[in-house]
Design a protein around this ligand. Structure first.
Ligand SMILES: [Zn+2]
Length: 152
């Protein structure tokens, strides 16, 4: 690590300990050139979740983007913003426990639907319409039949 005082390319670690509450390693470093000491907190980088889209393109999992797309389906339905954030965080947690860091967008859509069904029927149907690319009224009706069947 570069010295922040003199810019020397490398510094020595003189002490290293875990700080559990920060989920980081605290290191005391000393510059062999100017002899000044400083502290760093080093964190393991949060693993990145990669989403494979329908067209095969890959992009980083974007929590806010997913929240926004659910918000659109919810509209004025009685589902609070916090509920939606909770829903997305729950999905994110589940994705992080998986072995693979790649997930298909289709799979994320299903995870949303599974949770949205418990919150609000209308929001569920709206989200399904976008995500499953409904083309006809028949598609909507089929989904409603499916929804009613699952609730029995
Ligand atoms: Zn230095």
């Amino acid at each position: 690590m570069k010295c922040p005082f003199c810019g020397h390319a490398d510094t020595d670690v003189v002490d290293s300990r875990d700080t559990e509450e920060l989920n980081a390693v605290r290191r005391r470093r000393e510059c062999p050139s100017c002899k000044k000491r400083f502290t760093t907190y080093e964190r393991p980088e949060e693993s990145i979740i990669i989403v494979i889209k329908r067209d095969g393109k890959r992009e980083k999992f974007d929590k806010q983007k997913l929240i926004n797309s659910i918000l659109k389906s919810v509209g004025k339905r009685p589902v609070s913003y916090n509920k939606i954030v909770e829903l997305v965080e729950d999905i994110e947690r589940e994705l992080r426990t998986k072995q693979s860091e790649e997930v298909e967008s289709r799979h994320i859509g299903e995870m949303v639907l599974k949770r949205l069904r418990k919150l609000d029927d209308i929001a569920y149907i709206r989200f399904a319409a976008v995500y499953k690319e409904f083309k006809t009224v028949e598609d909507v009706l089929n989904e409603i039949r499916l929804l009613k069947g699952k609730k029995k």
